[in-house]
Ligand binder design. Structure first.
Ligand code: CMC
Length: 431
């Protein structure tokens, strides 16, 4: 590095100067936009582990210190003091709403929760055993087909309306996907309930009995959704930006992000964690020791689910909140869960094991979230759907940021070709 820039020297003694891009917090970047044109080289960075794909003012993560902030506010402050819709507003519009702005925002969301009635047949068409993530992603795309204007919105007013539509309708879609899977009638949204209450109502109310909401469940679900609201350029958010960079609609981009989230190395991990803990509980051959041994075995593709993170080399701050919150929620629900005990033992054993210590592998957000989701009454197949409802504001805020960034170009990485060089064509009779 010289004078704030970097110099790249090649074997033939040529060199090029690369500029630095400063960050307001965290790592600066080396700008390689001219690299290929000036040097004839591309960079190689599988999984983009060292590559910033955008500048962003949404979320800051200090992975070494285990810190997470949205628009400058710590995740702990937001989780303890805000509602989920407040955090959604913060992510999308850059400031915490004042009372009037929040009232207006909540009202605009609560009056757009209804799905077009034709969507009912859409849910009916899925098989009963359909995973709700498949239904959620498909339905998100399907909603846009009812609104031509959202196909390629250009005006801010239309983009805001698209965002509001998505945030308002996703809980209805999620709850209907669940009702379909258990063969119960769909419950229509109720605009006098708040966002989280309304979702719980559509999930758990049944026409045959009265349903009342437990404020402790509402509070806990708010906290969980906030903890999932955004997380930098994770796989699903990067997908939203990649799809959006082709000028695909916000709905199509978010639906693609949901598909990325579904994978077990990403948001699908929350379901896999519970399945792993349940196996330790049920199967006498699956112990804490054998589970860790499998996770360390390079010939076994099993991983300790809910552990490890690309960005954190310290305890994930979201997992820290959830770890203490899990006990709290179980107490308030006046219930116990043997899987929490197993999770605690598994965590203690992993954090004392050289394999995990050397690689700085700690629990991530998915390790304790499922135990709380279970205590609140959600089946494990819905866990990743809950992650998606929580992450929606982050996906939308990233889509908006990408859409208004003059540096955005269609996502189109290079490759290093390692196949055959030119070959003479062989007619079929000679092969
Ligand atoms: N169990 C066992 N080994 C692990 C684990 C794990 N959970 N996580 C990382 N490692 C090892 C990995 O095998 C590698 O070892 P070595 O250096 O000997 O080859 C080393 O740690 C570095 O791992 P990596 O795969 O290069 O790290 P990554 O940044 O590419 O992957 C990850 C990050 C989250 C995909 C990975 O840690 C993982 O598979 N974790 C389990 C799935 C999970 O819990 N995912 C949720 C992520 S957090 C919420 C979200 O974003 O969805």
């Amino acid at each position: 590095m010289t004078d704030g820039n970097a110099t790249l020297h090649f074997a033939d003694d040529s060199s090029i100067e690369l500029e630095r891009i400063e960050a307001t917090a965290g790592q600066p970047a080396i700008d390689i936009r001219r690299l290929r044109a000036d040097s004839g080289h591309v960079t190689f960075d599988p999984g983009f582990a060292n590559t910033a794909n955008a500048t962003s003012s949404l979320t800051y993560i200090n992975g070494a210190a285990g810190e997470l902030r949205h628009r400058g506010y710590s995740i702990e402050d937001l989780a303890l003091n805000c509602s989920f819709l407040e955090v959604a507003y913060l992510l999308m519009y850059g400031k915490l709403p004042n009372r009037a702005e929040l009232d207006e925002w909540e009202h605009s969301i609560s009056t757009h929760t209804l799905l077009n009635e034709e969507m009912r047949s859409f849910f009916d068409a899925f098989p009963r055993r359909a995973h709700p993530m498949g239904v959620l992603a498909s339905a998100t795309n399907a909603i846009s087909t009812f609104y031509d204007v959202y196909r390629r919105p250009t005006r801010k007013r239309e983009i805001d309306a698209g965002a509001r539509t998505l945030i308002a309708k996703l809980p209805t879609v999620a709850a209907w996907a669940y009702k379909k899977s258990i063969g119960e009638p769909y419950v229509y949204p109720s605009n006098d309930l708040d966002y989280v209450e309304n979702f719980l109502h559509m999930m758990f109310a049944r026409p045959v009995e009265d349903w009342t909401v437990d404020p402790a469940v509402v509070k806990a679900l708010n906290v969980l959704l906030i903890l999932h609201a955004d997380h930098g350029q994770n796989c699903s958010t990067a997908t939203v930006r990649a799809v959006g960079s082709s000028r695909a609609s916000m709905f199509a981009s978010v639906a693609a992000g949901m598909c990325a989230l579904w994978g077990p190395l990403h948001g699908g991990a929350n379901q896999s964690v519970i399945e792993m803990l349940q196996e330790i509980h049920d199967d006498p051959d699956a112990t804490i020791e054998s589970t860790l041994a499998r996770a360390k075995d390079k010939d076994d593709d099993f991983r300790l689910m809910g552990f490890g993170h690309r960005v954190y080399s310290n305890y994930d701050p979201r997992a820290r909140v959830l770890s203490s919150y899990a006990e709290d929620v179980l107490d308030r629900m006046e219930t116990t869960d043997p899987l929490l005990e197993i999770a605690r033992e598994l965590e203690a054993a992993a954090l004392a094991d050289d394999y995990f210590v050397d690689r700085k592998i700690y629990p991530n957000v998915d390790f304790y979230s499922g135990i709380i989701f279970r205590a609140l009454g959600f089946p494990s197949r819905m866990f990743t759907v809950l992650f998606a409802i929580g992450r929606l504001p982050g996906w939308i805020a990233n889509w908006m940021e990408m859409n208004s960034d003059p540096d955005t170009r269609i996502m189109r990485p290079r490759q290093i070709y390692i196949g055959e060089t030119a070959r003479d064509f062989v007619p079929i009779e000679n092969r």
